[in-house]
Ligand binder design. Structure first.
Ligand code: ADP
Length: 386
């Protein structure tokens, strides 16, 4: 396998992100890219190592067509290497999968049963799998799950207070963003081993957002639950909500499951609160009071969850910000830590504004670390290839 290539595929509803690595003990990245705006007018960007990014308009494209377009543009990344394995980000692995799984027909059928639990992601993840199997019939295909990292949670962090038969049926707190947390846990262990051995909260703040309590590098609890809806407010998802609201909307507004699903997944969060956008950059740039209010709710929930996860951990040694908002917005980081001095959590304003890696000024160390889910997937495929 030495010298062969590994592809990673992260297929979402409107985009496919991909990367290429050289297979090996520590897979070396050759480059990455994405197809955006799947549908009538898709475009492809490829960024090979050491070269500038190239962009191509590929016109109408579904997942299969987009993958074919990716394939045609892989030349500058692969330099003739054979693709020996393809690793897929699959959001939901259900209760049993604490590790990656080889994708055969039976595994795909099993994972398709979980589609209702992650309707924004799982169907598209599996479209990517089907397209990749057709494109690379001889390559190993591996599913890497966002839920797997959290499968070791104690029962108290894995269950809801429903009759216990519901837990047995798989109605549990799964937790998500596990590939990102696994990367951060590994990065901490390599670069900040003292901190990695302690009590750390990781805030993954992207379009989807969640937080995870790590003790000794393992997930102890997370803000996300049965689906990727719970916890923090997100771009278009509500985050935590009293289930009584849903009962009320069903009984009084006649909303059915589809209508509630649309409301909670696509029309809520920053977009719903602001009425302006799901995109944090646009809200930060806006003068509208609704934008400020949406941001205020967003950071209030982060502070609330820092308190809750700190209680789970029995104290706090470090806080890590990652993903689109966490890595890039000093303003949101400052707001999220504002008033948290009681916990020993405060920021060095200058280091924060400068985008430094270490930005804490109190007892709790605060870090900004870029996440890399693709690296975790490539490593898993490389390990599976042996
Ligand atoms: P995804 O969950 O789709 O992978 P990302 O991790 O790329 O999302 O995060 C996307 C979010 O990051 C968007 O809300 C975007 O506005 C936000 N973002 C990116 N750059 C910045 C920035 N400089 N300041 C504030 N928000 C940013």
């Amino acid at each position: 396998m030495s010298g062969d290539a590994i592809l990673t595929i992260n297929a979402g509803s409107s985009s496919i992100k991909f990367s290429a690595h050289v297979a090996g003990r520590a897979p070396h990245e050759l480059g990455r890219g994405q197809v955006e705006r799947l549908g009538p007018a898709a475009s492809l960007t490829v960024h090979a190592e050491g070269a500038s990014a190239e962009r191509a308009e590929i016109g109408p494209a579904d997942h299969a067509q987009a993958l074919r377009a990716i394939l045609e543009h892989l030349g500058p990344l692969l330099h003739g290497r054979r693709v020996a394995g393809v690793g897929h980000r699959v959001v939901h692995g259900g209760p049993d999968h604490a590790a990656p799984v080889r994708l055969d027909d039976a595994a795909i059928v099993e994972l398709a049963r979980l589609e209702p639990l992650a309707p924004l992601h799982q169907p598209y993840n599996l479209s990517g799998v089907r397209a990749a199997r057709a494109a690379f019939p001889d390559a190993l295909q591996l599913a890497c799950f966002d839920t797997a990292f959290h499968r070791g949670h104690a029962w108290e962090h894995d269950t809801f207070a429903l009759p216990s038969s519901y837990h047995a049926r798989g109605i549990r707190r799964y937790g998500f963003h596990g590939l990102s947390y696994q990367f951060i846990a590994g990065d901490l262990a390599r670069r900040f081993p003292d901190l990695a051995a302690g009590r750390v909260i990781v805030a993954h703040l992207g379009n989807g957002a969640s937080m995870c309590a790590l003790r000794g590098g393992r997930s102890l609890s997370s803000t996300m639950g049965f689906t990727a809806l719970d916890g923090l407010a997100m771009g278009t998802r509500s985050g935590q909500i009293d289930p009584g609201v849903l009962l009320y909307l069903m009984q009084n507004d006649g909303m059915d499951a589809d209508a509630l699903s649309r409301l909670l997944y696509r029309e809520s969060g920053l977009k719903g609160l602001s009425g302006i956008s799901h995109d944090m950059r646009r809200l930060l740039a806006s003068d509208a009071p609704e934008a400020a209010q949406a941001i205020s709710y967003y950071v209030t929930r982060i502070r609330h969850e820092i308190g809750a996860l700190t209680a789970d951990l029995g104290g706090l040694d470090g806080l890590v910000f990652t993903a689109g908002v966490g890595q890039n917005s000093d303003v949101i980081r400052a707001m999220a830590c504002d008033g948290m001095g009681w916990l020993g959590l405060s920021l060095d304003a200058r280091a924060n504004a400068a985008g430094a890696t270490e930005i804490g000024a109190g007892r709790v160390r605060v870090l900004v670390l870029p996440t890399d889910e693709e690296a975790v997937i490539a490593q898993a495929v490389s390990d599976a290839l042996g």
